[in-house]
Ligand binder design. Structure first.
Ligand SMILES: C[S@@+](CC[C@H](N)C(=O)[O-])C[C@H]1O[C@@H](n2cnc3c(N)ncnc32)[C@H](O)[C@@H]1O
Length: 317
C-alpha cells in the first residue's frame, strides 16, 4: 500500500499500541479472547433505573438470524444464498469470516455441496452455538433422508405388492453415528467446521480457499481496528484465495457506522479517523489489493428484511 504515507502509518501504530494498552486494562488480551465476554452491559446515564442495555462491540449479536431471517431461521433459506453461484461452492474449499452462529455457513454447505467450509468468528460463545446448530442440521438431514427412504420403500412395496424391495438392506437415512452414510455420501459434519479466531490478528493455517465470504463484517473490523485493520483483512483474504478464487463481500454502508460508533472507546476513536469509506472499497480491492474484476450481485437480491438490504459483490482474484 505505497500510497499510505509513512507518517500516517506511524501515528496509527502509536494509536494501536495505545488501544491495545486500553484493551489490556479492560481485562482483554491481545488474542481477542475478550470476545468470549459476549456483550457489555451499559446503564443509560439519563435513567439509572432503566434496564441494562446490551452492547455487542464486534457485531457479535445473539439471535442475529432471528432478526435477519425470522423465527424459523434454521429452516428458512437466507435470501443472500440465492444470489450466490453454485460453481463458487460446489466441490470447493470455502471460508466464512464472521460466521456468527453458523446458520448461513451450514445452509451454504448444504445447498451447494462444498468440499469444505470453515466458519470463523471472534466470539467463542457464538462458535459454540454454531457447533450446536451443526449438530441440529445433521439430525434434521438424516431425518429427511430417512423419511425419503421410507416413502421410496412404500412406493416400491405398493408397486410390487411385496416387501421384497425392503430386503435390499440399507441403513440409508439412519443416524448411525458415522460421518458417512452407507452410500458413501458425506454428512454435513464432515464438510462444515467452526473455529474461534480474530481474523485481523490471527495467523490462520497455511491453507488456501476457492471462495471466501465476508458478510456484514467489514463495519466491525473497521470500527475496531480502523483503516489498517480493514486493509490487513482485505490483503489476508487475497493471500488466502487460490488464483481464480472468489471473494463475496457484503459491506455495511457508511451511514450505519454512526449508529454503532459508540459501542466502545476504541470504536468511537477509530470512527473519527476512518478515511476509507465503504464506497471506496471497490477501488481499494481492484487497484490496491489486486482483484481482477468485480460483479455486483445486489440487483439479484430480494426478500431481505428492512435494514438488511445491503449490496453484495463478488470479487474475482
Ligand atoms: C453482523 S454479524 C454477521 C454474521 C454473518 N456473517 C452474516 O452476515 O450472516 C458480524 C459477525 O462478525 C464477527 N466478527 C467481528 N469482527 C471479527 C473479527 N475480527 N474476526 C472474526 N469475526 C469477527 C462478529 O462476532 C459477528 O458474529
Amino acid at each position: 500500500m505505497a500510497e499510505i504515507n509513512e507518517k500516517k502509518r506511524d501515528t496509527r501504530k502509536q494509536k494501536r499500541k495505545q488501544q491495545d494498552g486500553e484493551a489490556e486494562k479492560e481485562g482483554r488480551n491481545g488474542n481477542d479472547r475478550e470476545a468470549t465476554k459476549r456483550s457489555v452491559e451499559t446503564q443509560t446515564k439519563s435513567n439509572p433505573n432503566k434496564k441494562f442495555k446490551k452492547v455487542f462491540p464486534y457485531g457479535n449479536y445473539q439471535h442475529y438470524y432471528g432478526y435477519r431471517i425470522g423465527r424459523d431461521a434454521e429452516r428458512e433459506e437466507d435470501p443472500r444464498i440465492r444470489v450466490l453461484k453454485k460453481e463458487w461452492f460446489e466441490g470447493k474449499d470455502c471460508l466464512d469470516i464472521g460466521c456468527n452462529s453458523g446458520i448461513i455457513t451450514i445452509q451454504i454447505a448444504k445447498k451447494y455441496n462444498c468440499e469444505s467450509i470453515l466458519g470463523i468468528d471472534i466470539d467463542s460463545g457464538l462458535i459454540k452455538e454454531a457447533f450446536w446448530h451443526l449438530k441440529k442440521f445433521v439430525k434434521m438431514e438424516s431425518a429427511e433422508k430417512k423419511s425419503t427412504y421410507d416413502s421410496n420403500v412404500k412406493v416400491l412395496q405398493d408397486v410390487n405388492g411385496s416387501e421384497e424391495c425392503a430386503t435390499k438392506s440399507s441403513d440409508e437415512g439412519e443416524d448411525n453415528g458415522s460421518s458417512h452414510n452407507s452410500s458413501g455420501e458425506r454428512n454435513l459434519s464432515d464438510i462444515v467446521s467452526f473455529q474461534q479466531e480474530n481474523f485481523v490478528r490471527s495467523r490462520l493455517p497455511d491453507k488456501h480457499y476457492d471462495t471466501v465470504l465476508c458478510l456484514s463484517v467489514t463495519k466491525w473490523i473497521h470500527l475496531n481496528w480502523g483503516d489498517d485493520g480493514l486493509i490487513t483483512a482485505f490483503s489476508k483474504i487475497w493471500r488466502l484465495l487460490r488464483p481464480g478464487g472468489i471473494f463475496v463481500l457484503e459491506p455495511q454502508p457508511w451511514n450505519s457506522y454512526e449508529k454503532n460508533r459508540k459501542v466502545s472507546e476504541t470504536t468511537s476513536s477509530n470512527y473519527h479517523d476512518i478515511e476509507y469509506r465503504p464506497d471506496s472499497f471497490r477501488e481499494i480491492l481492484l487497484d490496491k489489493i489486486g482483484f481482477r474484476r468485480v460483479v455486483d450481485l445486489t440487483s439479484e437480491l430480494s426478500g431481505t428484511k428492512a435494514g438488511f438490504d445491503r449490496p453484495i459483490f463478488a470479487y474475482h482474484k
